[in-house]
Design a protein. Structure first.
Length: 82
C-alpha cells in the first residue's frame, strides 16, 4: 500500500465528517484530503497536487515549496488551531 493510500484510509472517516461549502466557486473540486496532523508537504508531493488550500499559514508556507498554496480566510469567531 502506498503512502497516499495509507493516509487516505486513515483519514477516510474524517473526510466524511467535514463539510465543504462553495459559494459561486469557479472551479470543480475533484478530490479533497483532510489530513489532520500529517505533513501536508509530503502528501502533496507524493500525490502530485495542482494546488493546496488551508486556513493556516503554518501549513501553506511549507507546502508552497512543492505546489502553489493559498491561505483561505476563516469566518469571524472561528479560532483555528496552530
Amino acid at each position: 500500500m502506498s503512502y497516499i493510500e495509507e493516509i487516505q484510509r486513515e483519514f477516510y472517516q474524517v473526510a466524511h465528517e467535514n463539510e465543504i461549502l462553495q459559494k459561486g466557486a469557479a472551479f470543480q473540486l475533484i478530490k479533497a484530503f483532510f489530513l489532520g496532523g500529517v505533513s501536508k508537504t509530503e502528501v502533496l508531493a507524493a500525490f502530485g497536487a495542482h494546488i493546496f488550500f488551508d486556513d493556516q499559514d503554518i501549513h501553506t508556507e511549507p507546502a508552497s515549496a512543492v505546489v502553489p498554496a493559498a491561505t483561505v480566510p476563516y469566518r469571524d469567531g472561528d479560532n483555528p488551531k496552530e
